[in-house]
Design a protein around this ligand. Structure first.
Ligand SMILES: Nc1ncnc2c1ncn2[C@@H]1O[C@H](COP(=O)(O)OP(=O)(O)OP(=O)(O)O)[C@@H](O)[C@H]1O
Length: 305
């Protein structure tokens, strides 16, 4: 079952069309990477899912219920972490979660139990200092705890890792992965390695549409290609190799970096067969030949090229 479906969604700001007939399905219990470059329209899409922004056209369903602009009914299923969460800086985490729990009408016992569980989940149990003194990573972690207070079915996070250092990023990714065992997680990002690290599903947003979507394995199988890295011990070997033109028609493209050459092809078996013939004929002996798996990064660059 899909926890979120978006059909034929469009949104313009003035004359600028940001979202253009977008279709997207997020399966229940998935951890879903919503990928797009800066300004692609990720936040705009999320705001429409939350009913905070009015679409020009299209339908959104959360847990099979229609999302209506200006109404919060479907938000009972959603926990949301904005890209820059705001807090009362003079409060401690426990005071802040208590306040949030009271606002949403939880009992004292529930507030105390949920706060303990959630602060422990995000590694902030025992953090007694005021939120104003928190690092960005700690604020993101507290934001996740707050978003989970209502025990949502779907957690939506807007670029939760983009402003963090590698340690902070890893902490957030580990937490999101843990949460995904019980809650569907959708997060937007332009950091492809984060998606490869924890997501099982992804979608690439490009020019207002979903260019590619599916499980990571499906995306790589359908849209990916293999790459072969060759490293030469001397510049003249690389030059001599580049003069051999027989492989070129089989390549999508190639990249050169010092004495390394990366060949991209959809038919790497044929490339390899020919390559070994060329190497035998020319006497060139690369110091390294390595088959590289398709990466989300190379796929994304092809899509947005
Ligand atoms: N309220 C608004 N009025 C006018 N233009 C807007 C508004 N909100 C967003 N935009 C524009 O829409 C485009 C998409 O913005 P959005 O914030 O959705 O992108 P994003 O993919 O989340 O980008 P980023 O990764 O930089 O956060 C941008 O060009 C932005 O300037």
């Amino acid at each position: 079952m899909n926890i979120l479906t978006i059909q034929n969604l469009s949104k313009s700001f003035g004359k600028q069309k940001i979202i253009d007939n977008l279709n997207l399905s997020v399966p229940e219990r998935s951890i879903f990477g919503f990928i797009g470059k800066n300004g692609a329209g990720k936040t705009t899409t999320m705001k429409m899912v939350l009913g905070l922004l009015q679409p020009d056209k299209g339908e959104i369903h959360v847990c099979n219920e229609p999302v209506c602009f200006g109404q919060t009914r479907t938000n009972q299923y959603i926990g949301y972490l904005p890209d820059v969460p705001e807090f009362y800086n003079y409060m401690t985490p426990i005071q802040y979660l208590k306040l949030c729990g009271e606002v949403i009408g939880l009992s004292k016992t529930e507030i105390s139990k949920r706060s303990d569980e959630l602060l422990s989940l995000v590694g902030l149990n025992g953090a007694a200092k005021q939120i104003g003194g928190f690092s960005r990573g700690m604020k993101q972690r507290l934001g996740i705890a707050q978003a989970l207070l209502t025990q949502p079915k779907l957690l939506i996070c807007d670029e939760p890792t983009s402003a963090l250092d590698p340690v902070g990023r890893k902490e957030i990714l580990d937490i999101l992965y843990k949460i995904s065992k019980t809650t569907t997680v959708l997060f937007s990002t332009h950091i492809l390695s984060d998606v490869e690290r924890i997501c099982d599903h992804a979608a690439f947003l490009n020019e207002g549409k979903i260019a590619v979507t599916g499980t990571l394995a499906e995306i790589k199988a359908l849209h990916g290609h293999d790459s072969l890295l060759l490293e030469f011990s001397a510049d003249q070997d690389l030059l001599l190799f580049k003069k051999q033109k027989s492989i070129e028609p089989m390549l999508l493209h190639s990249e050169e970096n010092n004495r390394e050459l990366i060949l991209h092809s959809r038919d790497m078996v044929s490339v390899q067969k020919l390559l070994f013939r060329v190497l035998a004929e020319t006497g060139i002996c690369p110091v390294k030949i390595e088959l590289m798996e398709p990466s989300l990064e190379s796929l994304f660059l092809e899509v947005v090229r």
